[in-house]
Design a protein around this ligand. Sequence first.
Ligand SMILES: Cc1cc2nc3c(=O)[nH]c(=O)nc-3n(C[C@H](O)[C@H](O)[C@H](O)COP(=O)(O)OP(=O)(O)OC[C@H]3O[C@@H](n4cnc5c(N)ncnc54)[C@H](O)[C@@H]3O)c2cc1C
Length: 443
Amino acid sequence: MNVFDKIWHRDGIAPDGLTFTNWAGNQLSTPAEIATPTTEAALAQVVERAAATGRTVKAIGSGHSFTDIALTNGVLVDLTGYNRIVGVDGNLVTVESGIRLHDLAQRLATHGLALPNLGDIDVQSVAGAISTGTHGTGLGFHGIASAIVAMRVIDGHGGVVDFTAEQLRVGRVGLGAAGLISTVTLSCVPAFWLRANEEAMSIDRVLAEFDDWADTFDHAEFFWMPHTSAALTKRNTRMSTGPATVSKTKQLRGRVTSELTENVAFGAMCRLGRAKPELIPKLANAMVSGGGSRTYTAPSWEVFASPRRVKFVEMEYAIPRETWKSAFSEVRELIDVIDEPVNFPIEVRVLGSDDIALSMASGRDSVFIAVHNYQGMAYERYFRGVEAIMKRYDGRPHWGKLHFRTAEDLAPVYPDLSAFQTLVQQLDPSGTFRNPYLDRVLG
Ligand SMILES: Cc1cc2nc3c(=O)[nH]c(=O)nc-3n(C[C@H](O)[C@H](O)[C@H](O)COP(=O)(O)OP(=O)(O)OC[C@H]3O[C@@H](n4cnc5c(N)ncnc54)[C@H](O)[C@@H]3O)c2cc1C
């Protein structure tokens, strides 16, 4: 069994076993070689050998990026076996970069610790997640990379580099360009629980109240179903303790938002909408008509993340918090006029400002607007239309989600882009870690 059978078998591996397909099935590459190092020394050797023979190198996490950021025709480095916890010192936990977030979350729980915040899924590797600025929601919180207080990378010639404080600030969201990440030290928090309140309500009410929720609740977000006047909302409150005994399945079964993103019935409706686009508005209304609400309490990582069984493609933009309502209403207007059927919800989240050079929330409190379409449906006109709107609001695209931006037009929204380019030049002057995606966004 090779690496592809282990990780991506279900996501479309060609019979030759050498074709990588991402989770969404919209990106494909054929690496010349696969390396599976399980130690730092072996990791460094892979890079050194590749550099000496002029091959490029790309580490892969769990293949959950929608962009071509993880593609390579050179050496693909699978870090599935490089996944240990190296040390725990109080709340500081050092891990090898291939560890998956769900594995990490469970192991942290045994130490009474947790990651401060998580996104919607937890199957990513820690390095894959931080490299694209992966985030959840919460105005008082940040993306996963913000938890990193130390980081060790392999440079483009195979040398081991411990990041200085400034390199860490610039390179923590590194797009796979700022060295091959070996280990990271995360500043964790005491394990906590979340009281989740999930409720369907009118989009008008959400528009009126979301800013208050962002200020009041630890983690607020909503999903609006295009062609309907309904939204599904999630408002989570952090708690230091929870119920004495919890059956996870019992607690989580029937979550309102599951209806949209995980549910089998939702998948069937998406398929029907893809086959008969004229039915999409009707199907969307049927989907959200059930309404309902649910409150439950569970350990943080179980509430933050959930499985995504219905496949889709996605674009997500971060814009200054104060502008989100008018940007959102422009997206609604676009959906009304565009002749490309939209068959998947729009997700809206919020995040506090941070200081990481290429973080989407760098220097500003941000609202994230994510648009999707069901797998196999046209999306380019829709996404390009949304991107044009977001550009007018100084939007920053998620690095792991589809976008059409280039270094030239990203520079104005990332004041630290040139500092990042300098770091990349220092760490990888010969371009060992480059691929076409990096050429496009870094120039
Ligand atoms: C269903 C679904 C739900 C999602 N939900 C969210 C969400 O809630 N919030 C959010 O922000 N994003 C979300 N994403 C996007 C996802 O979190 C990011 O694309 C993330 O980067 C994927 O992690 P990965 O481990 O799959 O990395 P990959 O996609 O495999 O790789 C991403 C990048 O990391 C690099 N990389 C991996 N390992 C290393 C290493 N050791 N050293 C250097 N570079 C490395 C790769 O080379 C590549 O450049 C979602 C994606 C999907 C498909």
